[in-house]
Design a protein around this ligand. Structure first.
Ligand code: ZN
Length: 407
């Protein structure tokens, strides 16, 4: 009897495996198809914002200008971002993915809608299709070949295939491609762990090469100095840092803000401090920075919630001091999800002075140029209570707070 039970159970295990595999396939297709549907829904909201801007910017004109439409679109993107807990960039790229696929790769798009293409592969299709020159015959050629492979290959293999296909289709346009890429040059700052951070720059090859040659030459010169113990990579990093900050030459005055717990400052605790625009740094480094500080403000915070309880203002009615304090409190633009550093933002009166708003800490907040304009031009609304706490209400009524501060 026991043996029979064993065999019959084994027989059923085959069925269970088959069932589970079928379930995985079914659910995966559902996820694929739902992802495509999400992109469509996002596209619909933004289309609506463009055709009926009054939902997002208020009914202040009988004819909407092009600028109104842009503000409505931006307000709608921000609205979706807070509701879906996505970054504005993600919302934007979801929409452009839908637009690109519908317009340039309709066959692959349809397969994505049916659930045959994974979100990862669909993203690759959109990326590569977006990089094709404006030429409908190229779009068609790409779409026809890529559609089937998008259903079969795993993302890494598929990406390689799609890129190779693109290179075959786009021949002899290297110069134009370089020109359009060159317009995307930029510097990227990324905080890393253990008090370190990355600065990288996307540059035309000749500029990057010239810069590295300069760094190399100076590093090599220092390396040859008797007694120098640093390695070449360390020397390159130090030379690069010195050049950017003008250290040694001392051409630019740079100011960084540090938030230090009082006990850490007094050396009675090793609780980490927070470097403005970066995040937590170790107590020792913070104390060293504070030693060089030219001004110190005392900010008393609630140890549990991090809410600001009191601020010791060293000098009254000096906007510079206020500006500095608010900068330390906000750290970044106060719009939810925006990481623009406060020092590069506008300091905005929450209630405008012309409506009786005062120049106090509790009526000021940092807004990057983009979100500052959004606050004035769209139905996004910022309110601040008498502790200075900020709340945002989206044009469609979603209420949210700024991202929590790091302290
Ligand atoms: Zn912002």
């Amino acid at each position: 009897m026991e043996e029979l039970g064993y065999y019959s159970d084994q027989a059923r295990s085959d069925v269970r495996v088959d069932t589970a595999i079928a379930a995985a396939e079914y659910e995966q297709r559902a996820v694929n198809s739902h992802h495509a549907a999400t992109l469509v829904a996002i596209h619909s909201v933004l289309d609506e914002a463009r055709y009926c801007p009054e939902v997002f910017v208020g009914n202040h004109a009988s004819r909407f200008s092009r600028e109104d439409v842009e503000f409505a679109e931006r307000a709608a993107i921000a609205d979706l971002a807070v509701r879906l807990a996505l970054s504005e960039n993600t919302v934007r790229s979801h929409e452009s993915q839908a637009v690109t696929m519908i317009g340039r790769t309709p066959i692959t798009w349809q397969k994505f809608r049916w659930g045959d293409v994974s979100p990862a592969n669909a993203r690759i299709v959109a990326e590569v299709a977006a990089s094709l020159p404006e030429d409908s015959s190229m779009f068609a050629e790409f779409d026809t070949v890529v559609a089937d492979r998008a259903c079969q290959l795993a993302p890494a293999r598929f990406r390689a295939f799609a890129r190779k296909l693109r290179e075959q289709i786009v021949a002899d346009t290297a110069a134009e491609r370089h020109e359009s890429e060159a317009s995307l040059r930029r510097v990227i700052f990324e905080p890393d762990l253990d008090g370190m951070a990355w600065i990288s720059a996307y540059l035309p090859a000749e500029v990057a090469t010239a810069a590295m040659t300069l760094v190399d030459a100076e590093a090599l010169r220092l390396w040859a100095v008797p007694g120098e113990t640093r390695t070449m990579p360390q020397l390159r990093a130090d030379v690069f840092g010195d050049m950017i900050t003008g250290a040694g030459g001392g051409s630019v005055a740079v100011r960084v803000g540090v938030l230090i717990p009082m006990l850490t400052l007094l050396g009675q605790s090793e609780a980490p401090a927070s470097l403005e625009g970066y995040g937590p740094i170790d107590a020792e480094t913070a104390r060293k920075l504070a030693g060089d500080a030219t001004s110190i403000y005392r900010i008393l915070t609630d140890p549990v919630t991090g809410a600001i309880l009191d601020i010791d203002q060293p000098t009254k009615h000096i906007p510079e001091g206020l500006r500095r304090m608010r900068q330390l409190i906000d750290q970044t633009c106060t719009f939810p999800g925006c990481g623009k550093r406060a020092m590069n933002c506008d300091l905005d009166h929450t209630i405008d002075r012309q409506f009786g708003g005062q120049t106090t800490l509790m009526n000021l907040s940092h807004l990057c140029r983009k979100h500052h304009r959004d606050k004035h031009m769209t139905k996004w609304m910022l309110t601040q209570d008498d502790t200075g706490r900020i709340e945002w209400t989206s044009p469609t009524g979603y209420v949210t707070a700024p991202d929590p501060p790091p302290f």
